[in-house]
Design a protein around this ligand. Sequence first.
Ligand SMILES: Cc1ncc(COP(=O)(O)O)c(C=O)c1O
Length: 384
Amino acid sequence: MSGVIPNAVPFLGGNEWKYLKECLDSNWVSSAGPFIERFERGVATYVGARHAVATVNGTAALHLALLVAGVRPGDEVLVPSFTFIATANAVRYCGAFPVFMDSEPGTWCIDPVKVEEFLATRCETRGDRLVNRGSGRRVAALLPVHLYGHPADLDALAALTRRYPLALVEDTTEALGAEYKGRRVGVHERVACLSFNGNKIITCGGGGMVLTDDPALARRAALLSTQGRTPGAEFVHEEVGYNYRLTNIQAALGLAQLEQLDRFVEDKRQTARYYAEALRVLDGIEPFCEQPWARSSYWMSSVMLDPSAWDDVRTLIQKAKAASIELRPLWYPLHRQPVFAECEAFRVEHADALHARGVSLPCSVGITPEARARVVAFLAGERR
Ligand SMILES: Cc1ncc(COP(=O)(O)O)c(C=O)c1O
């Protein structure tokens, strides 16, 4: 047994070198250059969005998405507790406050039934404003996250944003390549965002993108990403913006990766299928599978472990490390994070179980059959 099996590392098997060399040869290495537009257009076409604005990372894209959706200081945004911290941090960057919602057992994404209950029992509409009666704050947006490659139940969530004055902003950072009811996950309603960090299904090294069908929102996102600079030759700035632009070098890498995305999704799906099949013979281990209406990109291949049959997840991760296998814990629920101790959480129950019992298995694009078999053999040896 030799060699560490990483959890998820990039696969750089296409035109990456060629495009990077073009950047260096042409001297276009910074925040302008032909690859930026090609990458934006390529991603927009892939997901079926009219507009895409590339950013320096996914967190910046999320920040801009919330701003252009109209989130203002003092507002609240409904966020799943079970997600990466960036989702809620971006809300705070706007001066707004996350209100934490629970996840559904079937999708691991925000639970539309509990969101509806929160809206019906804790909020009221005053004119064109939705107000949380407890805090007195405006509830400005609903921010689902398509977790681990699986889409949230978008129709159910979009129905709520039609019934209440609430913007739908999607955190699509973990689900590029997934499909919801036969349509690629991208932007379902107003605005969404992607991430291209090192362990995402495609990477720019670091990068992100705002997606929208609305040209005015796209223009505003582009303006805010460029220090608020009014387009033109002069340096005229009408509002405070951010330096959130992606570089040509990052976009070159991203474009080369995008060209391989379909193959990457197939690879991820094959790995998830392999684990589901191979682990079926072990009791007390349940792979995270897709809903009948979803085609998951399986960004992560994750499983839930029954504590009566398995060591606690953290112990298992340590034992796997000793066997040179990198298992990864699931997200730490945000309503338990010290930094968000003051924020409201509404009936969050399932998120804790996901965190306590779930773990992600190695699933890099290009993982070998031998490596996958080694992971399964390790797990078989650990079953009590
Ligand atoms: C759910 C979620 N939101 C936001 C982000 C932020 O993306 P980035 O790391 O590119 O800033 C990530 C990934 O890191 C994520 O998993």
